[in-house]
Structure formats: C-alpha cells, structure tokens
Design a protein around this ligand. Structure first.
Ligand code: ADP
Ligand code: MG
Length: 262
C-alpha cells in the first residue's frame, strides 16, 4: 500500500452554543483517510456526521483539535461537497450546473466544456444537458451534483447522504455509477450514510460513530473485492457478519441517543 495520508483529523471536538446550552456535536475525533480511499461514516442521527463534514469543507471550525487535507495541486479546489438535496441551482441548466465550479475558477472555456461533457456522459445525462432541474427526477438531480463534484477535480470529495432520498433501485444504480467514476478518477471520498448496505457496497473502510457526542468507536476494513454486487453483500459470509456487527452497534447507539433526548 504505502499510500499517502490525504485527510487527517486529530482530536477534533466541536461544541455548539445555543441559548445558553452547549452541545458537543463531535468529540475527540482522530482518524486518517488515505489518498484514493473510499471511507463511509455511519452513525445514529444527530451524532455529528454532518458537522464533521462541514469542518472538512471549511464551513465550520473545530472548537479544539486540528485537521489537515493534503494538497497535491494548489490550483485545484480543496474539496467538493454533495448533499442529499438542494445541491443544484434551479435557475441553471444541467450543464451550467456541472460547469459552475469550473467557471467560478475562471478556467479556459474549452477545458470547462470538455470536463462538463465528460462527466455528464459518465452519469448518463448528455441528452439532458439543456434541461432545468425542475424537469429532472430526484436521481437525475443527484447525478448532476455528482458530475459537478467530480468535474471540479477537487483534492477530496465530501458526500452527505447523497442517495438517502432515492428509491432502492435508483440508489443502487447511482452507487454503481459513483463507484465507476471513483475507480477511474481515484479520488479520496468521505461519504456519510445511514444505510449499512450502502456502506458495505461502497467502502474500503467504515468508520462507526457513537451517539452524541459523536466519537469514532470502530474502524472496519471491507475486504470484499470490486466491483461488488449487491447479491454478494447479502450472501458473502464475512460481509454478512460485518453487517450484523454494524447493525447491533447502531441499535445500541440509537437506543442510547433516544434515552438522551427523551
Ligand atoms: P448528523 O449529521 O450526524 O445527524 P449533525 O452534525 O447535523 O448530526 O448534528 C450534531 C449535533 O449538533 C446535533 O445535536 C445538532 O442539533 C447540533 N448542531 C449541528 N449544527 C448546529 C449549529 N449550527 N448550531 C447548534 N447546534 C448544531
Ligand atoms: Mg447529517
């Protein structure tokens, strides 16, 4: 292996203050993500997953602790984010949405066009290039977000439950498309999900978080070879065992977070 560390978090804690109360969203998070690695973060609702991603996106600052994202090319954006929804601009066409970040960087027109067309093709949206988001299905909108994120060619990709609102069939198709693009571009991805199946399908490693305050309580390597098929996730004995372990962990943590809030 010997791959370089791309993302490093050292004892990152984030405390929010609201109306005299303090909420520790994440506590003492320390981990590393290697260059080109696909890591999923899974944990009960409210455990600080989005907060952690926002810190890495530069949208929040840690209360204590440090993080770093190693830069290979200082002309490239440090990170791109893909959210569950509202990630694309309704007043721009599909191709304008994909080109948005590139145009912001004032890159040469020919390069912007080439990148945009390439990634639109990758997500199967070439013939929808001139459409507006309101004319698209949920799955297509997420494809636009994904195409834009990769077209930007960032150092790292941060994805916050991008497929959570999709139906099972669409979700699976988008997972496959995402993996194809990921394998081709070798990007470092940190991906949040609620779905154990999704995490097992996508990850090189799964980081399990505790209920609030969110801490990383397990770090699991998923050795299943790629490309993976959903049937394997359900039939491979080792993976099935990991599914159960993660399931039990989540049950415990969800229970714990319920006790805290009720
Ligand atoms: P998750 O994404 O795992 O569901 P979040 O990171 O969104 O969790 O939130 C973690 C905790 O931090 C929650 O209790 C949430 O209410 C709180 N929180 C998140 N953002 C803020 C904020 N800007 N101000 C106050 N509290 C916040
Ligand atoms: Mg969240």
């Amino acid at each position: 292996m010997g791959r370089q560390t791309k993302i490093k978090l050292e004892n990152v804690t984030k405390v929010f203050y609201k109306r005299g109360n303090s909420i520790t969203a994440v506590q003492n998070i320390s981990t590393e993500v290697k260059d080109g690695e696909f890591v999923c973060l899974i944990g009960p609702s409210g455990c600080g997953k989005t907060t952690l991603l926002k810190i890495l996106a530069g949208l929040e600052t840690p209360s204590t602790g440090n993080y770093s994202i190693s830069r290979e090319n200082k002309d490239k954006p440090l990170q791109s984010m893909v959210f569950q929804e509202k990630g694309i601009f309704p007043w721009l066409t599909v191709s304008e949405n994909v080109a948005f970040g590139l145009n912001m960087q004032k890159l040469p027109k020919a390069y912007v066009k080439e990148q945009t067309e390439y990634f639109l093709e990758k997500v199967g949206l070439t013939q929808f290039a001139k459409r507006y988001p309101k004319e698209l299905s949920g799955g297509m909108k997420q494809r636009v977000s994904i195409a834009r994120a990769f077209a930007n060619d960032p150092e790292i990709l941060l994805m916050d439950e991008p497929f959570a609102a999709l139906d099972e069939q669409n979700k699976y198709i988008l997972q496959e498309e995402l993996l194809n693009i990921w394998m081709e571009t070798k990007k470092t991805v940190l991906f949040i999900t609620h779905s154990i199946d999704e995490a097992l399908m996508l990850s090189d490693r799964i980081l399990l978080m505790s209920a609030q305050p969110g801490q990383i309580v397990a770090d699991k390597k998923i050795e299943l070879p790629r490309p993976r098929r959903f049937e394997q996730i359900r039939s491979d004995r080792d993976v099935a065992k990991q599914f159960v372990e993660i399931w039990q962990h989540l049950q415990t943590e969800v229970q714990r977070s319920r006790l805290q809030t009720t």
